[in-house]
Design a protein around this ligand. Sequence first.
Ligand code: FE2
Ligand code: FE2
Length: 243
Amino acid sequence: MKSTVIYNGKYKWVAFGRDQDKPEKIIDTNQYMVIDGSRSLLMDPGGIEIFSSMLASVLRHTDIDSITDLFASHQDPDIISSLGLWDEALPSATLHAPWLWEGFIRHFGLSNIKYNALPDEGLSMTLNPARLVFVPAHYLHSSGNFHVYDPEARILMSGDVGAALESPGASMFVSDFDEHIPKMKLFHERWMPSNKAKLDWIDRVRKLDIEYMAPQHGRIFKGEAVQQFLNWFEQLDVGTAIK
Ligand SMILES: [Fe+2]
Ligand SMILES: [Fe+2]
């Protein structure tokens, strides 16, 4: 598993991805962690299949007792099916995840970790001193879904929004937006069910100051590419694959 530091200020943001050891037919995922002294937040920690590789990678950046918080944007297996294993590894941690999916996510195994049910309107939390905002992103694609915004680092972790289907070993950053479009088009047309939800989210996100938009699959958008993505997504007709 490759790790890339995407912000290094008073605290750190690290992206994990491009796992060379993952089984061929499972979708490649990006995992993110904010490391802030004695506290860390691990976001969309991934599926059972990549747990051991993720644990090893995470421990290169922080010690196990400092991973105090987990976040699941929604209920999908590629987001959080590793929960039962993290539950053994981090028994004192708190999982922040949509209230809507609590009864479902618990099926992945949760006996020790505390479930903090996020209300539909979102919440913010502080680590030490990083402040993170859980921004509503419902129906993009899951009906109960959040992104994570960091106003100091100017990063939006955008879950499945901005996802691309990439070849193994692809770069972690978008360098040519137009060339990137074909890798995102089908994903957004088919997995995103609602134009109304899409426009509502774009409106909310345009008010944020974002330098990096970091999705759960594919490449990270930086600077101008963030605005190019919002403009492209705005005009894309989604949720219409079944005519
Ligand atoms: Fe998903
Ligand atoms: Fe996903």
